[in-house]
Design a protein around this ligand. Structure first.
Ligand SMILES: Cc1ncc(COP(=O)(O)O)c(C=O)c1O
Length: 421
């Protein structure tokens, strides 16, 4: 008899049971959370970890007594696991902060001190504004020019030719996303980093929207900085900045005098959201558990994350396929971004649409009445909606994550068909 273990299938029903929010009812209906890009729900263990931290180890950093030591051990463990999650062996390069936007503003203040008039920075039209305005404001203060890379309106991808033409020896920084929170496009990030490095520019990667869907790999990508945000990948509201050690050590930063000069602490202004960091650690353990199930043999945390994202990607692609096939049969809807079913690897399951007659807000209201939660507007991806000529109404965004199901997609499509009547 063949006793070889076969990988456990991705069991979405079982995983959903770990998320208390997913069984909530409103007006008698079970809610459908298609708002993952704006913030995901959390598994029970995250809630437990936050509570446990506050009950058992609530203390400030660096004390010699039990709770402070235990609290520091929790923060250290979270940093180590985040290093595995991002693909670096160096946990000192993991910086916590309130959220991506605040961390990006702080880094922009530091980086601008290394720029001089006549230098250039490059951003893209595919960004969330948090990866544009901090750089634009910093550039303005020191007389640096800003260029933005165009997107292809037909499929929401970055125009790589345009990127090529905008990079030059004057470019000091390229700020670029690895997945669009509006259109779902995944960018060829390693190739982009390589192009920027060829002209001597640093690369700052916004991985906020990528983190719940695919495996981040800062070493393989060779970027200089990367940011993500815990509440987008099943954890609490905690921002994370990673930077190459050489930059985190050498760049000037804004810190108060008694704060340590060592990394990562010199970058972490004030007291952090300790209970949130404890919760983020639990969210990473949840992802590792998905990997453990999908992976037949005991493995390292990094292998678990890799296996988890393989399983997640497969499930999410199936959801995207069902949604895009359903939308293709509804010609009153237009999909913005990649809709070609043979190109699903180039996108995450974030699908933006407009309707021939109804505004995105009207559509979102119609769905909300049916217990389906989606976002409308620009989701702060203002460069995208401006580039596509979609302001002020923006888009309707159906953003799925691995805990969503095909049945939920069918429910959405049925609601869209109801609109016809
Ligand atoms: C792609 C992307 N970048 C940046 C941000 C900003 O993140 P935060 O809310 O942590 O500041 C968001 C939030 O929606 C996002 O989706």
């Amino acid at each position: 008899m063949n006793r070889e273990k076969t990988p456990a299938p991705f069991d979405v029903t079982e995983l959903r049971q770990q998320f208390p929010a997913l069984s909530q009812r409103r007006d008698g209906q079970v809610c459908v959370y298609f708002d993952g890009a704006a913030g995901t729900q959390v598994p029970h263990r995250v809630v437990d970890a936050v509570c446990r931290y506050l009950i058992e180890t609530n203390a400030n950093h660096g004390g010699v007594f039990a709770t402070s030591r235990e609290s520091d051990a929790i923060l250290e463990a979270a940093r180590r696991l985040l290093a595995e999650f991002l693909g670096t062996p160096d946990s000192d390069t993991i910086v916590f902060g309130p959220n991506m936007t605040t961390l990006t503003f702080a880094l922009s203040r530091s980086l601008m001190k290394t720029w001089k008039p006549g230098d250039e920075i490059v951003v893209t039209d595919l960004e969330h504004d948090a990866n544009v305005t901090p750089w634009v404001l910093a550039a303005r203060e020191v007389g640096v020019n800003v260029k933005s890379v165009r997107i292809n309106a037909a499929d929401g991808t970055l125009e790589l030719e345009d990127l090529h033409s905008k990079l030059s020896r004057k470019t000091r920084l390229l700020a670029v996303t690895c997945a669009s929170n509006a259109l779902g496009t995944v960018t060829p990030i390693a190739e982009i980093v390589h192009l920027a490095h060829q002209v001597g520019a640093l690369v700052f990667v916004d991985a906020v929207h990528y983190a719940p869907h695919r495996l981040i790999d800062v070493m393989a990508w060779d970027c200089d900085f990367l940011v993500c945000s815990g509440y987008k990948f099943f954890g609490p509201h905690v921002g994370v900045l990673w930077g190459k050690r050489e930059w985190l050590v050498s760049l000037p930063c804004y810190k108060v005098r008694p704060a340590p000069d060592e990394i990562p602490y010199r970058w972490m202004a004030g007291t952090q959201n300790h209970e949130g960091i404890a919760g983020l650690h639990a969210a990473l353990e949840y992802l590792m558990e998905i990997g453990h199930r999908a992976h037949p043999e005991p493995s390292t945390p990094r292998e678990c994350f890799a296996a988890a994202f393989r399983a997640i990607q497969e499930h999410e692609q199936e959801l995207t396929k069902v949604l895009l096939e359903g939308l293709a049969a509804l010609p009153e809807f237009k999909v913005w971004g990649i809709s070609d079913l043979t190109r699903l690897r180039e996108r995450v399951p974030t699908v933006a649409v407009t309707h021939r007659r109804l505004t995105p807000k009207e559509l979102a209201e119609f769905l909300a009445l049916r217990g389906i939660f989606v976002w409308h507007g620009n989701f702060y991806a203002l460069p995208v909606t401006q580039a596509l000529g979609l302001e002020p109404d923006g888009l309707l965004r159906i953003s799925m994550v691995h805990y969503n199901t095909k049945e939920e997609v069918y429910r959405l499509l049925a609601a869209f068909r109801e609109l016809r009547d």
